[in-house]
Design a protein around this ligand. Structure first.
Ligand code: PLP
Length: 406
């Protein structure tokens, strides 16, 4: 088990006060706090080692390049990818999915081709596919979760037809906390020769991930949720799919030669990384992933399972609280409304006065909100540094909201 008191001391921000109260940070689903090792790594990278990468022969450029490139290997290890060549580094999930949409899907898909999506997707895994619908007449086929928020693989696979060219699915809902069995979906999809893109933005924070075991074609992660800097990230791409991809963004670094009448692209994965990258962001991400792997993903998952069970028990004691989604095995993400007049924004504002940070709104999940018939919810999302006292503080804060608004 993790020693959470020690872990909490790794995150300097957790010792600050907000509105005169100790910070209770329950908004890690939006963006996680950073451990000192990440802050120190960023500081050192800028203060002592900074230069552009891949371009210089001088000492600082060599150090920067080595550190930056070593994150590619760290991401590969973190995701269980067979080779670091399967990893394209980028600014996060949004960029990763857009790369797949522009670089792989657009050149291959035609009017009438189908992409299967769940209604639980984040806009980052919806809007790029709408581009294909608008521009190329690709059909989006939507799969709805069950009333408890479960999304069963069979239901996803029932939506597959002989026109399906891609299944694009989240590994964990950022609203309901539902964990989707993406390995079962990928296995069955492979038999039908349908590639699978997994949005791992939420799941990779909480669960051990092994893309080879999952068997998916694309797996996107975003660094700022993984205790790393914003503007960092990566996407795993199966070699066969990488070979089918066309470059999306053009510029420096992704080319080998440029002439007036022709260009020769760099080898993959660099052919998909145009321009000066987020050098220090990626170096910081490497430190964050090493930190997580140092704690152990199994240990993180076990701690969060315990915390989720405790939060589920405590929140279910509030009979005026409507928590959305209680799928078996759900992760530590709780979206809720309070019966009566309390708007999610008001709840969030009252909690903030108590030093408790939660998210309020649509959570970039418009189709899911429509499906649930809600305009907004509050969302408390847990991370490896949260403890039972944070759950208790949330429950006290919600009781106060209930008293104020009923
Ligand atoms: N997918 C899911 C499930 C998310 O929760 C998020 C972020 O909230 C994203 C994608 C987009 O991540 P980013 O904005 O870092 O690209």
């Amino acid at each position: 088990m993790l020693d959470i008191d020690t872990v909490r001391r790794d995150f300097p921000i957790l010792s600050r006060q907000v509105n005169g109260k100790p910070l209770v940070y329950l908004d890690s689903g939006a963006s996680a706090q950073k451990p000192r090792i990440v802050l120190d790594t960023i500081q050192r990278a800028y203060a002592e080692e900074y230069s552009n990468v891949h371009r210089g022969l001088h000492t600082l450029s060599t150090i920067s390049t080595e550190k930056y490139e070593s994150t590619r290997g760290t991401i590969a290890r973190f995701l269980g990818a067979a080779s670091e060549d399967n990893i394209v580094m980028n600014t996060g999930t949004t960029e990763g999915i857009n790369l797949v949409a522009y670089g792989w899907a657009m050149p291959r898909m035609q009017a009438g081709d189908e992409i299967v999506l769940s209604v639980m997707e984040h806009h980052a895994n919806i809007v790029p596919w709408h581009f294909l619908r608008e521009r190329q007449g690709v059909k989006l086929v939507w799969v709805e979760p069950d009333p408890d928020g479960s999304l069963l693989g069979d239901k996803v696979l029932e939506a597959v037809t002989d026109r399906t060219r891609l299944i694009a699915i989240t590994h964990m809902s950022n609203v309901l906390g539902t964990v989707v069995d993406v390995a079962a979906i990928s296995r069955a999809a492979r038999e039908r020769e349908v590639p699978v893109l997994v949005d791992g933005s939420q799941a990779a924070v909480h669960l051990p991930v092994n893309v080879e075991e999952i068997g998916c074609d694309f797996y996107a992660i975003t660094g700022h949720k993984l205790y790393g800097p914003s503007g960092s990230g990566g996407i795993y791409i199966r070699p066969e799919r990488m070979a089918e991809m066309r470059p999306f963004m053009g510029g420096g670094d992704m080319i080998r030669e440029v002439h007036r009448d022709r260009v020769e692209y760099n080898d993959a994965p660099m052919r998909f990384e145009a321009g000066t990258p987020g050098i220090v962001q990626q170096i910081g991400l490497g430190a964050a992933l090493d930190y997580m792997m140092g704690l152990g993903m199994e240990a993180i998952a076990a701690h969060e399972r315990d915390l989720t069970a405790y939060a589920t028990e405590r929140l279910s004691g509030l009979n005026w609280l409507n928590v959305q989604g209680n799928a078996p095995g759900k992760g530590g993400i709780f979206s809720f409304t309070i019966e009566g007049q309390a708007h999610a924004h008001d709840i969030s504002t009252v909690l903030d006065k108590k030093g408790i940070a939660v998210r309020a709104g649509q959570h970039c999940a418009g189709p899911l909100m429509d499906h649930l018939g809600l305009s907004a919810t509050c969302r408390a999302s847990f991370a490896l540094y949260n403890n039972r006292a944070d759950v208790d503080a949330l429950v006290d804060g919600l009781e106060l909201c209930h008293d104020l608004f009923s």
